[in-house]
Design a protein. Structure first.
Length: 432
DNA sequence: TCATATT
């Protein structure tokens, strides 16, 4: 109630688009007017930070039909850059929209020798099949599952309800599994989860106990990890019953088994390293960074170094910045996650060649000796969570940024040398 | 290699 209208009309045909590279100062009416030049648009919703209500630089656009939505996409995506934005508008179907519109089903528990023709014969009883694809391995052998698209949602639903858990293909002792196909987002989530579970199999052994790795049983998988994925959707969310075992088996066929732990999971172990040699540091450990605690003082300060702020603590202490205690990056609850705080002009740094294992916090720690760190952000791959090895650090004063550059640019961290420079500024300065 | 973000 307090927020006004709860949600907009979402008829079956209307299509939601996600739009990125929207300047934060633009209003919904302005955006609506702009998009209406290209397509019928029912509504624009700016996506705002939950806490601050400030625009996150993107919005949703609701179009009455797929045709209209496509017009907006074709006219705007990568086609025009709004004043203040650094790159062209990104206009695409919002997460889950395409899947919703495609009425795409997953079919599991198919006997391996069943072909498209037989599946088609069964499923065409319930509607017009627009697309059907059996998943196959390298030798064209069926993986026992398929994707199928119907013309309408009603058809898909009818097939789902009639077949899932009920219909057995000829010669099979188990019924088919039919469910809505995962959305792209769900797949990404699963990928990320898998990547993370693999990472957690080699838990920071670099810093403290490299030998621990060799002590783990070969087949060790953390208990919470289970199969490394979850049954899609979660049973509680499904509007129909799916026998749990079938669901798991169906996906078991699709998912590679957890690998035996080997050097493939240890990029830092050379090909000749085996667990029996773990007590010898691999060459790549030499420059490797011992996680957070070791980072308090990335460099030996030149004796004559002028500290940007008066510091009582000696360079060897753990809190060099005690004189400029910074709330943004280190202490307390305001962790500055998500919304990036930008410092004044000249106080924002772009950093490249950040060690892979660094996260926001490690980056902040590395740069806080030079001033008040307003924000520190390491960019990570959306799907895998892996660091892209670059990021940003913002100070509250350009002088701090300069001293960070002079001290940290070229500083060897891990295998590579940091590149530290002022962040590019896309904003056009005030015209006077 | 420069803030890509899904109410």
């Amino acid at each position: 109630m307090a927020e006004g209208k709860e949600e907009s009309k979402s008829s079956e045909e209307s299509v939601k688009l996600f739009v990125g590279q929207v300047p934060k100062h633009m209003t919904e009416p302005e955006l609506l007017a702009m998009f209406q030049e290209f397509a019928l648009v029912d509504e624009v919703n700016i996506i705002k930070d939950k806490a601050t209500r400030v625009s996150r630089g993107c919005c949703f656009v609701i179009c009455p039909s797929r045709e209209e939505a496509d017009k907006a996409v074709n006219a705007c995506h990568n086609k025009k850059t709004l004043p203040g934005a650094s790159s062209p508008l990104q206009v695409k179907y919002a997460d889950g929209e395409l899947e919703r519109l495609e009425h795409k089903l997953f079919i599991g528990m198919l006997p391996k020798n069943v072909s498209e023709v037989e599946i088609s014969a069964l499923f065409s009883q319930y509607g017009t099949i627009k697309d059907l694809q059996v998943l196959r391995g390298s030798q064209q052998t069926s993986k026992g599952c398929a994707f199928l698209k119907y013309e309408t949602k009603d058809q898909a639903l009818a097939a789902l309800e009639a077949i899932n858990g009920k219909h057995k293909m000829e010669g099979s002792s188990v019924p088919l599994v039919v469910k809505w196909a995962d959305t792209e987002k769900e797949r990404q989530a699963r990928r990320a989860q898998k990547a993370q579970s693999q990472a957690s199999n080699v838990p920071h052994s670099d810093s403290q106990h490299p030998s621990l790795f060799g002590a783990l049983p070969m087949g060790y998988v953390p208990p919470y990890n289970g199969y490394g994925y979850q049954a899609p959707g979660g049973y509680g969310l499904m509007p129909y019953r799916m026998p749990p075992m079938q669901s798991q088996h169906g996906f078991h066929n699709m998912m590679p088994h957890m690998n035996h732990q080997g050097n493939a999971l240890r990029p830092d172990l050379g090909p000749n390293m085996n667990p029996r040699n773990y007590h010898v540091a691999p060459a790549s450990y030499v420059g490797s960074y011992p996680a957070v605690t070791g980072l308090q003082h990335p460099m030996a300060y030149p004796t004559g170094m002028i500290s940007p702020r008066p510091m009582n603590a000696s360079p060897g202490s753990v809190s060099p910045a005690s004189g400029n205690n910074n709330t943004a990056a280190s202490s307390g609850g305001s962790k500055n996650s998500g919304g990036q705080v930008e410092g004044p002009p000249g106080a924002n740094l772009f950093i490249y060649h950040i060690p892979q294992e660094f996260g926001d916090e490690e980056l902040a720690n590395a740069f806080q000796p030079f001033g008040m760190v307003l924000s520190a952000k390491v960019f990570v791959d959306k799907a895998t969570g892996v660091s892209k090895c670059f990021g940003f650090v913002s100070y509250d004063s350009p002088e701090d940024a300069q001293s960070a550059i002079s001290m940290m640019n070229g500083f060897q961290l891990g295998g590579k040398k940091l590149k530290v420079q002022l962040k590019r500024d896309n904003k056009q300065g005030k015209p006077y």
